[in-house]
Design a binder for this molecule. Structure first.
Ligand code: FE2
Length: 297
């Protein structure tokens, strides 16, 4: 018996490519995740961060690439682009300078682990038809006051490509997300009109790039429609505790946060791990030795 989603919710998911579930996480869970985030932001050793070291002779973007590419089984910290002054100095205290923390929080932090591998999330994956769902990455995205960066329109399967595509984002508001502080917006139904045409890969010589998808651009069992000349976006304003599910082919984006209100969220992604889906060996994110984490126990 599937209890994760109602028929009505599943219909909305299929039509829209995203689904907003208010009050999915309890206030006490949200509190504990906020508390853990506070601890992480205040305790990480900023002097170890590559972006705070400027040595001559080595390109800082390349150091940044390695720091990013090796973060799949670690908890690492990534700055807001606008956290630095023109001369390259950090212009904010570190707690207000970090854009995101990733990408293995779902394994390395016990509170986030518990919140990720929950019965609700298992039930939802089951309702979506996942056979062997794997949690492959997680992030706390801070979207800081005054300097919170925008995220241009994209499809998550570009970054987490399987052949055929299978990624689903689980996105949890830890604080209220509104138009003022840069909430998500969605091109309703665009998952059925927009093939995954590029994927984010490691370059053999180091660093990353986007490449054309050679495999399938569409998930299995998706009702495909003609593309629109232009997609329009609708705001997804949500309160803390809301779970938003995002189809890997859906176009979505968010604006900058110039307000005084932080917009803190936790997100993790799931892909299909059965033998009908191939994880791309050139993807920027590669599995740890133990493989990507099973969502079902
Ligand atoms: Fe996304």
């Amino acid at each position: 018996m599937m209890t994760g989603l109602s028929v009505e919710q599943l219909n909305r998911w299929n039509d829209n490519g995203y689904l907003i579930i208010p009050n999915a996480l309890s206030p006490s869970t949200i509190d504990s995740l906020l508390n853990e985030t506070r601890q992480m932001l205040s305790s990480f050793p900023i002097q170890d961060h590559p972006m705070t070291k400027f040595s001559t002779g080595e390109s800082s973007s390349h150091i940044g690439d390695d720091y990013f590419l090796q973060s799949g089984d670690k908890v690492r910290y990534f700055f807001e682009e606008d956290a630095f002054s023109k001369s390259g100095e950090l212009a904010k205290p570190k707690e207000r300078a970090i854009n995101k923390i990733g990408h293995y929080i779902h394994e390395l932090n016990p509170y986030f682990r518990e919140a990720t591998f929950s019965q609700l999330h298992r039930d939802i994956a089951q309702a979506f038809g996942f056979i062997d769902p794997r949690v492959l990455q997680s992030m706390v995205i801070c979207k800081q006051p005054e300097i919170g960066g925008a995220v241009p329109p994209h499809q998550d399967s570009t970054f987490l490509y399987t052949d055929p595509p299978s990624a689903v984002g689980f996105w949890i508001a830890l604080e209220d997300a509104t138009a003022e502080n840069g909430c998500l917006s969605f091109a309703n139904g665009s998952h059925r009109r927009t093939p995954v045409e590029s994927r984010f890969v490691r370059k053999p010589e180091g660093g990353t790039s986007f490449e054309s998808v050679a495999g399938s651009s569409w998930p299995q069992n998706l009702q495909i429609e003609k593309p629109k000349e232009e997609e329009s976006y609708e705001l997804g304003e949500v309160q803390a505790g809301t779970l938003v599910l995002i189809h890997g082919n859906l176009l979505h984006k968010s604006e900058r946060n110039l307000s005084q209100k932080r917009r803190l969220i936790y997100t993790f992604h799931v892909i299909e791990g059965d033998n009908q889906h191939q994880y791309d060996q050139r993807n920027w994110l590669q599995p740890p030795k133990s493989g990507f984490s099973r969502l079902y126990n």
